[in-house]
Design a protein around this ligand. Structure first.
Ligand SMILES: [Zn+2]
Length: 221
């Protein structure tokens, strides 16, 4: 288990599982992830969406990924109630590409939900987990074009790899959005391991593992 390093706003547990963790650590599945931008409140039913949040203590929520970025958020609402969320951000989720609802990518929507409930984004503690990083995230022009639609886009997030193709810095792109949304860089606890570089530790869809997943999870209490 990889644990983000950040000062916690209230008692919580969180982490990014690896292939070394037993499957029973994965717990209840609550989301049917579809590479879009829906953010739902946790319930006992399985909901379609790529983001999930709760204010209920003891309810472990999470997302399953194998190259996409697992994003964890935790902060107090205006009355001090703890709020936590887990988001699944591949390039479609990060850009909002193809989503029918306006509002940008899933990080923007997750933070918007927190704000709507009375949270101050500057108080969020946040972490991005293991994902396909710049070293291996070769992408087509349509991905860069989708990312350019975001207000926080910077051209430095796209570099040219050894084969001459574009590489996207997905962690960097999400971080640029986070800072644009008013999150505090000193409250970030990201774990920047590349899923393709670390077959000893992590599953990677692009490396050919179509079933194994790691789990980014968070739980109040
Ligand atoms: Zn890599």
């Amino acid at each position: 288990m990889l644990i983000p390093k950040a000062e916690l706003p209230f008692p919580l547990r969180w982490g990014f599982s690896t292939r070394l963790d037993p499957p029973e650590e994965l717990r209840v599945r609550r989301l049917n992830q579809v590479h879009r931008c829906g953010v739902v409140e946790a319930s006992n039913a399985v909901a379609e969406g790529d983001g999930i949040w709760t204010t209920a203590p003891g309810v472990r929520i999470g997302v399953r990924v194998a190259d996409c970025v697992p994003v964890l958020l935790a902060g107090p609402l205006s009355d001090g109630t703890p709020w936590v969320a887990a988001l699944h951000a591949g390039w479609r989720g990060a850009t909002g590409h193809g989503d029918l609802n306006p509002g940008g990518g899933i990080l923007r929507r997750g933070v918007a939900r927190y704000r709507a409930l009375g949270g101050d984004p500057a108080r969020l503690v946040w972490a991005f987990g293991p994902a396909i990083l710049t070293c291996h995230f070769e992408v087509g022009a349509e991905v860069i074009e989708a990312a350019r639609q975001d207000l926080a886009w910077q051209e430095a997030l796209c570099t040219v790899g050894p084969s001459g193709k574009a590489h996207l810095d997905l962690h960097g792109f999400l971080r640029a959005q986070a800072l644009d949304l008013g999150l505090d860089q000193t409250r970030e606890g990201s774990v920047a391991y590349c899923t393709v570089c670390r077959p000893d530790l992590l599953y990677s869809y692009r490396r050919g593992e179509t079933t194994g997943r790691q789990w980014g999870w968070i739980e109040i209490g």
